[in-house]
Design a binder for this molecule. Sequence first.
Ligand SMILES: Cc1cc2nc3c(=O)[nH]c(=O)nc-3n(C[C@H](O)[C@H](O)[C@H](O)COP(=O)(O)O)c2cc1C
Length: 269
Amino acid sequence: MDIENTIRSRKSVRNYESEPIDGDLRKSIEDAISESWSPFGGSISIRLKSFPPKESFKPGTYGVIRGASDFLLMAMAPDDTASAITAGFRMEQVVLQATRLGLGTCWIAGTFKESDFGKGEDWPDGQELKIISPVGIPKMAETMVGKLARFLIGSDRRQPFEKMFFENDKSTPISTSNRFAESLAMMRLAPSSTNSQPWRAIAENDGTIHFFSAKKGLIHIIDCGIGLCHFILTEQSLGHDGAFKKLTDPECGPVDGWIYITSYRREIW
Ligand SMILES: Cc1cc2nc3c(=O)[nH]c(=O)nc-3n(C[C@H](O)[C@H](O)[C@H](O)COP(=O)(O)O)c2cc1C
C-alpha cells in the first residue's frame, strides 16, 4: 500500500481480537521500531510489549481499549521539545507500518494505567512512559465505548485545509495548487490528541515552508511530530529529498498565538 492510501486508511481502533500478533507480523513491527528515524534529536524509546491472553492480567485502559494483547510503549525525556517532536515523528512511522499490515492502532496518552504498562520496564536517560498504543487485529465492530469516544472527540471531523495552511502570512489561505498541497493534505489526516489538529503552516514564495502549533503544551508538540511524519513521508513518496531546519528568525516572523516548530525546503538549505 502506498503512503497516501496508508494515511487515508488509518483510523484509531479501540476494539481488537485477542489473538496476539506473532511471526512475520511481529517481526515487521519490531523492524519498523528499530528502523524508525528522526532528524529532530531528543531522547525516546519505543517497545512492543505483550500481555498474553492466557494470562489473566489485563493492563488498564479505563475500558477504552478492548481485547488487545500487544501494545507499543513509548517513553521519552519529560518536558523536552525535541523529544516530543521525535516521539510523534518516530512512533507514527510504526503506526503507519502497522496500518500497512492491516493492523489497528490507537495513540493513547491519557486513558491508561502507567503502573500496569510500565511494570518491569527500565527506561534509559530518565525517560518516562508517556504514550501507549494497542497494535492488533481490529474487530469488525467498534465497542459502544469506542463509538462514544469517536463521537465525543469528533474524530471524523477535520478542520478545512484553508484554515490550517497559508501563503506568506497568516491571512492568505494556501492555494490547492501550492507545491506543498499534497503533503499538507496528508498532514491534515494525522491523528492528534483529542483530535485537536494543531498543525499550521505558512509557505513562502521562495519554496520554504514554516510549521507551527496552534496550541500550547507538550502533547501538541507530539501531535506536530505526527503531522510532520505524514508530511515528509508524502514528500519522499513524491520524489523530494528535502530537509527540516529550525530557523532562528523565520521570514514570516513570529505568529500571534502559534508556536514555531521547524521549517522545510526541497532545495538544499
Ligand atoms: C498524542 C495522542 C494522544 C491520544 N490520546 C488518546 C487517549 O488517551 N484516549 C483515546 O481514546 N484516544 C486518544 N487519542 C486518539 C485521538 O482521539 C484520535 O487520533 C483523534 O480523535 C482522531 O481520530 P483518528 O485517529 O481515528 O483519525 C490520542 C491521539 C494522539 C495523537
